[in-house]
Unconditional design. Structure first.
Lengths: 401, 288
């Protein structure tokens, strides 16, 4: 436990601190990038990209060793992984465009073939005289043990660069995700933006290889985005919250894996991320499960309140205990059941709105079927002023309420 | 699009025509020549010419699957064309994007997208916002003003998924208004909207036309063509007729466009007189 607290407070030495900060920067830019990927409905492309890095890593290692260099040079391995990831991406695009196969089928094919080839190369490297110490397995699930200062710096710098690119591209990426057709007519270079988005995904994958590993990097792209969606209805805020969730996951995950020997980093990061997802799912005020339950309760209250008010307006007795309780608590009837002044006014308004809604349901047939015009909210919040005017004309009661 | 950049084109009849508009005519807001669009080997639109009159309000009509929306999308470069050129005010469309505003079909997007009404309208300002895309106070004012024109100012902060169909259509129109274009291309703006929205939209479009802008709408409802539009373009894969509503929207042209799908009685209901072939088979609803 103290080891974990030490790691969280960056007390494990300069190197470990830098790794944690690097992981946080990486997680933040992965979360933000993933938001646009998810909104574009292309989240799984990142899975193909990440698995396609493995042959590149192995080939780069073999090439660098053959040339007499250090096979484990991170920059060199990143370059190699980017090359095959790019090739995988091009293949997915090509298959989708040139054949009748859907994108998910293309992703599945490319992912498995590239990964299979990578595993074969990994075995080949194991059997090389220099291969035993390669430690390339670390790239599968991520490992920060023995990470160099320069490597951590490279990761943090790359992550920051990606974050800057997202800031510049956020508006065109949002437009392309919402409606590529319209975006093209509004002056957005759709193809370029899509390419840039995929380039960002590739960059995040390559940068994150060392820390999170290629099998799990897809989680860091997707989970923060879907978790953030529970909190807000604005795409910019989704990206910002996803960045926060991703950054926190990277930071805490690295600290967790540093607190015990041989704990792989990738799974720790992903599990932290998942914990934040569960919290969002349950607690988020905008779309979380608890908030929905509360809203349902409020809906129930609104139903009873409307029924009670209409009963008052028609001079009928209110019998249901819940309805009585709601009316009493709102000060619309007194404890002895006598209608108050406010109750009379609200009942009159409820009656007019009910008539308006009746006409609205007839006029806006589609909406009525969709259940939008049940008549619980004040009508001004559901219809525009001109729509209400048209209804009032039909109603023949042009009095203001 | 390759087709748009080609200086000349081989039309489907094999004749090579000049892409430049005729010298004696003033450059129209939208001119399409020899446009063919095909998925595989089945043409959706075949060798269509179109020449929109400046300051007009034109309805593109035709039966389902006649290529109305496809023609519009290909003209905008959203859908690739097999052949054909598109000029806007006499210039290739690629240079004139600034002067065009497009209103796509409401059903073409996922309305659960995390955006508010004002965010969608602000998309219309894309060309004017800088690289970083920060909104200035006057940009916000313009978004508000455009929402005001479609009576949606009170809904600016609403999530778009909470809107009704008609309100969603108004948001799309407001976004096009924010572009302050000279040519407005709308894909079925009246499909599935309520009467109040239909009136609001036609009010906005008429005001634009009266201000000298040009409006082109893919349109479904034959019963409102005469009331809403001054020009009509009739298409069924190929172009059938084009011109002022008064002289073009005739029983004979309707019969040629819709074939047996339109009952003689329905054409008579439009007040267009009798049909040349009164024995049209296969009844179908007028609103398809």
């Amino acid at each position: 436990m103290t080891a974990l607290i030490d790691a969280l407070l960056l007390r494990n030495g300069y190197n470990a601190a830098l790794v944690a900060i690097g992981a946080a920067v990486l997680g933040a830019s992965a979360g933000a990038t993933g938001t646009f990927l998810v909104l574009r409905k292309r989240a799984l492309v990142s899975d193909a990209v990440s698995h396609a890095t493995l042959p590149g890593i192995c080939l780069a290692f073999i090439a660098m060793t053959a040339l007499g260099g250090d096979g484990r040079n991170l920059a060199g391995l990143m370059l190699g992984s980017a090359a095959t990831a790019g090739l995988g991406l091009v293949l997915v695009e090509w298959i989708t465009r040139r054949t009748r196969l859907a994108e998910d089928a293309a992703i599945g094919a490319v992912l498995s073939v590239f990964f299979g080839f990578g595993v074969v190369l990994l075995t080949v490297i194991q059997n090389l005289p220099t291969g035993k110490q390669a430690g390339l397995q670390g790239f599968l699930l991520g490992s920060t043990a023995g990470m160099l200062y320069s490597e951590a710096l490279l990761i943090a710098f790359g992550g920051a660069l990606a974050a800057a690119a997202i800031l510049v591209l956020r508006r065109p990426m949002t437009m392309v995700a919402f409606d590529p057709g319209y975006a093209a007519t509004a002056g957005v270079p759709v193809r370029t933006v899509d390419l840039a988005m995929m380039g960002l995904v590739m960059a995040i994958t390559v940068i994150g290889l060392k820390i999170v590993g290629l099998v799990l990097i897809v989680a860091l792209l997707i989970i923060p985005a879907v978790a953030a969606r529970f909190w807000t209805e604005r795409s910019g805020h989704v990206a910002a919250i996803a960045a926060a969730i991703g950054g926190l996951s990277g930071y805490v995950g690295v600290a967790l894996s540093a607190s015990a020997p041989k704990l792989p980093t990738g799974p720790m990061v992903v599990l932290t991320c998942f914990a934040l997802f569960v919290i969002s799912l349950l607690m988020a005020p905008a779309r979380g499960i608890l908030a929905r339950a509360l809203r349902h309760r409020r809906f129930q209250i609104a139903v009873h309140r409307r029924q009670g008010l209409l009963a008052l307006a028609h001079g009928e007795p209110v019998i249901e205990p819940l309805t009585l309780r709601i009316l009493r608590r709102a000060g619309l009837i007194r404890a002895d059941g006598v209608v108050t002044e406010a109750g009379r006014a609200q009942a009159a308004k409820a009656l007019i709105d009910a008539r308006r809604y009746e006409i609205a349901r007839r006029m806006h047939h589609e909406e009525a079927i969709a259940g939008r015009l049940v008549g619980l909210e004040p009508i001004e919040t559901v219809l525009t002023p001109d729509e209400i005017r048209v209804i009032d004309q039909r109603l023949g009661v042009p009095r203001s309420v | 699009m390759a087709a748009r950049q080609a200086p000349t084109l081989a039309a489907s009849d094999g004749i090579t025509r000049s892409a430049a508009p005729d010298a004696e005519t003033a450059p129209g807001p939208l001119a399409i020549r020899g446009m063919t669009i095909a998925y595989g080997e089945k043409p959706a639109v075949f060798s269509v010419d179109m020449s929109i009159t400046p300051g007009s309000m034109t309805a593109i009509i035709g039966p389902n699957g006649a290529g109305k929306s496809t023609l519009l999308k290909a003209a905008l470069g959203i859908v690739p064309a097999l052949s054909g050129t598109v000029t806007v005010f006499g210039r290739p469309i690629g240079e004139m994007g600034r002067r065009i505003a497009y209103v796509p079909q409401r059903a073409s997007v996922d309305w659960d997208f995390p955006a508010r009404v004002q965010d969608v309208v602000a998309m219309g300002l894309y060309r004017e916002l800088g690289l970083l895309g920060w909104m200035r106070p006057r940009d916000r004012e313009r978004v508000r003003d455009c929402l005001e024109r479609v009576h949606m100012a009170a809904f600016a902060g609403r999530q778009i998924g909470q809107l009704s169909g008609g309100q969603q259509q108004r948001v799309f129109l407001a976004r096009a208004l924010a572009q302050d274009a000279d040519l407005y291309l709308l894909d079925e703006p009246f499909a599935g909207v309520d009467a109040a929205t239909e009136a609001a939209i036609i009010g906005v479009l008429t005001a634009l036309r009266d201000a000298g802008r040009t409006i082109v709408c893919v349109h479904h409802d034959l019963s409102t063509v005469s009331a809403y539009f001054d020009h009509v373009f009739m298409i069924n894969v190929s172009r059938i007729a084009e011109g002022p509503v008064a002289t073009t929207f005739t029983a004979a042209n309707l019969q040629a466009t819709y074939g047996g799908r339109l009952l003689a009685a329905q054409i008579r209901d439009l007040g267009l007189g009798d049909v040349p072939r009164p024995d049209a088979p296969c009844p179908a609803p007028l609103r398809s």
